[in-house]
Write a protein that binds this ligand. Sequence first.
Ligand SMILES: [Zn+2]
Length: 148
Amino acid sequence: MAMINCPECGKEISDKTLSCPNCGYPLNSNENYNISYQEYFVKKKTPGKGFGIAGMVLGIIGVVYSTMLLLSTFSLLMTESVGVADELFKSGMIGMGVYMMIFGILALTFGCVSRSRGYKKGQSTAAVALGIITVVFCLAIIMVSALA
Ligand SMILES: [Zn+2]
């Protein structure tokens, strides 16, 4: 068994292997060659591979911050300590709600893109779910602040 260097990543690998164990580059011609070759390049060329994880991270940030924002909106309104700063407080909360909603919409979009391309179903679904929760929480923040 001879050792060759992978043409894609340069790592030393067996010449009998069908695809590089390091980077997945398809090496030897056989009946699977065309399928694996296509899969490799579809995965490599199609954007969206990192969208699932990016969406999930944005979704986690969105849910954490929008939860804190929602709780502080409620607690501040309940203590009635807002007083003369009412309008400023409300517009501040609405602004922050809109700002956090961007995270939710991005998480939702990235999750949908990733799901539609078949990448990391778990991460993609989590990104979609977290994005929806963030958007709902932000709508609640905006509505509570606007109607208060
Ligand atoms: Zn390789």
